[in-house]
Each structure stands twice: as C-alpha cells, then as structure tokens.
Ligand binder design. Sequence first.
Ligand SMILES: NC(=O)C1=CN([C@@H]2O[C@H](COP(=O)(O)OP(=O)(O)OC[C@H]3O[C@@H](n4cnc5c(N)ncnc54)[C@H](OP(=O)(O)O)[C@@H]3O)[C@@H](O)[C@H]2O)C=CC1
Ligand SMILES: CC[C@](O)(C(C)=O)C(=O)O
Ligand SMILES: [Mg+2]
Ligand SMILES: [Mg+2]
Length: 343
Amino acid sequence: MAKVVYNQDINEAVLKDKKIAIIGYGSQGHAHALNLKESGFDVVVGLRKGKSWDQAVEDGVDVKSVAEAAKEADVIMILLPDEYQPKVYNESIKDHLEEGNALVFAHGFNVHFNQIQPPENVDVFLVAPKGPGHLVRRTFEEGAGVPALYGIYQDYTGKAKDIALAYAKGVGAGRAGILQTTFQEETETDLFGEQAVLCGGATSLVKAGFETLVEAGYQPEVAYFECLHELKLIVDLLYEGGLENMRYSISDTAQWGDFVSGPRVIDAGTKARMKDVLTDIQTGKFAKEWLLENQANRPQFTAINNAENNHLIEKVGKELRDLMPFVKQRKMAKKEVASNDNN
Ligand SMILES: NC(=O)C1=CN([C@@H]2O[C@H](COP(=O)(O)OP(=O)(O)OC[C@H]3O[C@@H](n4cnc5c(N)ncnc54)[C@H](OP(=O)(O)O)[C@@H]3O)[C@@H](O)[C@H]2O)C=CC1
Ligand SMILES: CC[C@](O)(C(C)=O)C(=O)O
Ligand SMILES: [Mg+2]
Ligand SMILES: [Mg+2]
C-alpha cells in the first residue's frame, strides 16, 4: 500500500515562521486561506479589486494586490483558474519571487503542460486536495478534512517536502490522509477523473437516465428524484463503506439489477472511450484545445454551458429543491465569477 501521511506524522514548525500568499479567493482559495489562518499560519490573500476582494475583506483576511502579496510572502500558492494563471504569474508574481521562496499549485496543469516555467532558485510543489474547495472548507469546519496529494517538482531549499506536508496539514488534509505524487500523475489523473467519472461521466449518466425516462413518458419530477436527487444518497453510502456497503443498504432486487444491467450501460465500449479520453490528456491534446478555447474567448464553452443550464433537468430540479429547505445551495458564486470573466 502507498504511504499515507497523517497529522501526527507532520511537524508544521517549518511553515510557522513563513508568510503564505494565497493568490485567488474562489473555491480553493477561500478554503486554503481560512483553513490555514485558523491553523495558526500567517496568511495574506492576493487579488484584484472585485467580488472576491470584498468577500475576503468581509471574512476578515488580510487582502492585498497580487503583486504586493507575492512580494511579501515566502510561500506563494496560486489558486486562480488554471487558464488565467500564466498571465497573472507573468505580470504580477514572477518578478517578486526571491531565492528560496516556494511556488505552489493545487493542480499541476500549468507546470506540467509548460505554461509556467518557474525559476531554478525556488521550491516548486503542489498540494492538491482531492475534493471541491467548498468541501475543503466545510469539512475543516466540521473537524474533518479532504485528502490531498503533494508532489515536488523542484526542491531548491531541501525543505520542499516538509513545507508541502505542513501546508497540507494546515488546510486539514492530514485528518484524512496525504499521498505523494508527481506533477505528471496528479495532472493526468485529476483531468481524467473529472472528465470521465466525477463530473463529465456523472452528469452524462444522470442526464441520459433522466432523458430516457422522460422520453418514455414518465413524469420529469419522478425522473429527477430517481436519477439525480437519489444519487447523492447512494454516493454517500459508497463514500462511507464502498460498493459492498451501498449494496448492503439497497434491496436485493436493486443489487441484482446493478449486477446485470450496470455492465450493459457502462460496457467495454465505455472503457475503450475512457482510454481515448486518457490518451488525449496524456498527449497534451486536451490541454492544447482548452488553452486555444480560452484564447478564442470560450465560444464553445459558452454555447455548451448555456444549453446545459437550460436542460429540463435543471428547471425541474430547481423547482423541487425550492420545496426542500434542507437541501441548501451554497455555491453559485464561483460560476457567476466565471461567467463575469467571459463578459
Ligand atoms: N475547484 C476545486 O475545487 C479544485 C481546484 N483545483 C485547482 O485549484 C486552482 C484554483 O481553482 P478554483 O478554486 O476552481 O478557481 P476559481 O475559479 O474558484 O478561482 C476564482 C478566483 O480567482 C480570482 N481571479 C480570477 N482571475 C483573476 C485575475 N486575473 N487576477 C486576480 N484574481 C483572479 C477570482 O477573483 P475575482 O472575484 O476578482 O474574479 C476568484 O477569487 C486551479 O489550479 C484548479 O485546478 C484543485 C482541486 C480542486
Ligand atoms: C473534480 C473536479 C476537480 O478536479 C476537483 C474538485 O477536484 C476540479 O478541478 O475542480
Ligand atoms: Mg480534482
Ligand atoms: Mg481538477
């Protein structure tokens, strides 16, 4: 089994006398800044003036321009959207890196795909939580944590690993488990996971199931509960105890259906297409297309996003969720930020 590191294995003293700049205050940024601050670290947030700036001030964190924050910090964590990182790095961070500083990422994309080339005299590592930033924050507040990967790209000071582990402990990952990786492994597995399983795979599966039922004449509300709402409850059981635990809780009829019909839906063809997706990630094809899409001001991203937001499942879901006050929607802010950036 791979070595998994926990809080008791980590001495955070190596990071306690350093200033940490968190660049960006979105999904990951607000979670890292607040968790690190509450773990007793010296944190400054680097931002442009705007919505996030106002939120960070309201949350009581020290906020400065990106350049000022980068200049005064020893450890600079870049938590901007991947597609904007190279520009901000070149304009406001690069010139403020001092010998022995640490340049940190939560995803290896820009270093692995050669969009950011750090100088040789700094540490470069990643601390990548394996979960959405809003849950990194929420679980921390609940006394738990989200697991994280750390990976060292460049160890100039000889202390990169100790600093990375102390950082991971500060955001709460040491309560759940921290694993070593490389920039290549983190980048490729993270992109694959979000495309094939967690985001692309899951949304496509949910929509296909919903559409199949609605097109067969069943009520959209019934289809919504069956294919989307209940998925969370099933995934909770998978999260808590794996496949066997989920199957323990469902009926034997459902379990038999799982065995005989699941592989008819997700079959060898699906796996072959997953391999194609992985190949496009490994060869840099996906990265190149995403970078070019951004250079063109996201024409396809915008068109698809608009169509997805108008899907019947979204309309039905909103109406049903409004009638379930215990289902709280906590995070539209991030996507509003993203669409503002496109305007
Ligand atoms: N989302 C997640 O849960 C995960 C993300 N990651 C990685 O973490 C990194 C951050 O992702 P994520 O948290 O989703 O990012 P977000 O999209 O949530 O980041 C938005 C933040 O970046 C700020 N920002 C955007 N452009 C600029 C700019 N030009 N100058 C200054 N600030 C800017 C926004 O400020 P404003 O309000 O001014 O627009 C906002 O604070 C990425 O590398 C991602 O791959 C890794 C694991 C999970
Ligand atoms: C699953 C999507 C993710 O990789 C994440 C939350 O871990 C992301 O890039 O947002
Ligand atoms: Mg991820
Ligand atoms: Mg990701």
